[in-house]
Ligand binder design. Structure first.
Ligand code: 5AD
Ligand code: SF4
Length: 441
């Protein structure tokens, strides 16, 4: 039958949205939709949105405006908005953009097939509940086809956040912290491996707070990692994003002893000033963070530390900013993401006075210059080292493969090994955004 309908999904924001988009594609796949990579000939356009920073909502409205022409050409085109903007602004979206047929929050995408039935009848569908039932429990119904996959995959193990950092929308858009049961995660992991996946990144807004139900009570993230370590064919395990307060002893220890757990840790600190950390409701200090990094490095000396930073948070003065710069100097980051504070409606910090914008911009530039310098130095220091590289795709040149090192650096290698091969490589050169390596075996 030629009734396959085309689905175009545009994904914004974090890795969890990437994972969610894949799951939504499967849910709609059961409804006869196949994915296409252009909106032009789509029967359905779904925007999976992000609300974490900047004027994300405004961006969604202007993108929607661009799809207006497509809808005029094809009145049967369905347009949906998913993700955190959908959660935060659901009804407002429907009001401002009447051409939107469907609005679905991040906790209800398992209800998409029913919502699509409504849409097919010409009705509008909106669901931004935080339902009692867990959407993950419904995943088996939306079984993925046994299609071959790339060698790396995301796997959501935990969602939501109970930390309520004063600047952050996540506890409101993604809801309270929920962990998936161990058995379901292991089943999904085995399924991914059967389909060619060699590396799994466990995802959660607060992934190290994981406490999913196991066969003998709640399991920690470390325990889950050890169970995944036993999955034959799985070669590498990563996880993101972690909170300093949930870096438990068993997780630190796993970094030293679990061979499949890669030497890379994303551990946001946000600020190096205790005054600001307190105002941010971070419940850790600069000193406790530094001590933690020290302990992690004792367990795994070559671990690459990555972080997130916010500059220009309300009340941040020059001294607070210098404290952040000093913390960065002490940690020596191999990777980092930094942002100018942007006020998010509904969060506690949204009530507070902003710092001078020019000062915040200047701080951001200085902070990014320091972080870039550190990242380059950490990358250059890889030259001469032997690392594992998992080949993800062919390179631009004949016989060249591109993959990621254990420390998540992009590496180019001359090799005739296939995608999915994990090889020992000696790093011989550091370039702007990648490394060059030579095969060792
Ligand atoms: N303004 C700027 N940056 C923010 N982040 C979260 N909320 C805000 C905000 N309101 C950053 C934090 C977080 C990352 C995912 O985004 O650094 O760790
Ligand atoms: Fe947001 Fe992370 Fe803080 Fe949770 S821990 S409120 S997700 S910044």
């Amino acid at each position: 039958m030629s009734d396959k309908k085309k689905l175009y999904i545009r994904t914004y924001g974090c890795q969890m949205n990437v994972y969610d988009s894949e799951r939504m594609a499967e849910a709609l796949g059961a409804d006869g939709y196949v994915e296409t990579d252009t909106p032009d000939d789509a029967d359905m356009i779904l925007m999976n949105t992000c609300h974490i920073r900047e004027k994300a909502a405004e961006k969604v409205y202007s993108e929607l405006g661009r799809f207006k022409g497509l809808k005029a050409e094809n009145p049967d085109l369905k347009i949906g908005v998913a993700g955190c903007v959908a959660q935060a602004e659901g009804e407002e979206i429907m009001r401002r953009q009447p051409m939107v047929d469907l609005v679905v929050g991040p906790q209800t995408y398992h209800r998409l097939p029913e919502m699509m039935e409504q849409v097919a009848k010409g009705e509008k569908a909106l669901d931004t509940d935080f339902p009692e039932e867990d959407k993950f429990e419904h995943l088996p119904k939306l079984r993925r086809q046994k299609a071959k996959r790339n060698p790396t995959a995301f796997l959501t193990v935990q969602e939501g956040c109970d930390k309520f950092c004063a600047f952050c929308v996540v506890p409101y858009t993604r809801g309270a912290e929920v962990s998936r049961p161990v058995e379901r995660i292991l089943r999904e992991a085995r399924d991914l491996v059967e389909r060619g996946v060699r590396e799994i990144t466990l995802l959660g807004q607060n992934v190290n707070a994981y406490h999913g139900a196991g066969p003998d009570g709640d399991w920690s993230l470390a325990k889950l990692i050890w169970a995944l370590d036993e999955v034959d064919g799985l070669e590498r395990i990563r996880f993101t994003t972690s909170h300093p307060n949930d870096m438990t002893d068993d997780l630190i220890e796993a970094h030293g002893t679990c061979k499949k757990l890669m030497p890379y840790l994303h551990l946001p600190v946000q600020s190096g000033s205790d005054k600001i950390l307190k105002r941010m409701n971070r419940s850790h200090t600069a000193e406790s963070y530094l001590r933690l990094i020290e302990r992690i490095r004792e367990a795994r000396p070559d671990i690459l530390i990555s972080g997130d930073f916010i500059v220009g948070f309300p009340e941040e003065d020059d001294q607070d900013f210098e404290d952040t710069m000093n913390l960065i100097r002490e940690v020596n980051y191999g990777q980092a993401y930094s942002f100018k504070y942007s006020s998010r409606p509904g969060t506690p910090a949204a009530e507070r006075a902003l710092v001078d914008d020019a000062a915040a911009t200047d701080r951001l530039h200085r902070l990014q210059a320091l972080l870039t310098e550190q990242q380059r130095a950490v990358q250059s220091a890889m030259v001469g080292q032997e690392v594992g590289v998992l080949f993800e795709k062919k390179g631009r040149f004949e016989g060249q493969m591109v993959g990621k090192s254990d420390h998540l650096h992009a590496v180019h290698v001359q090799s005739d090994a296939p995608v999915g091969a994990l090889r020992r490589v000696k790093i011989v050169e550091s370039r702007t955004n990648s490394l060059k390596g030579e095969l060792l075996d």
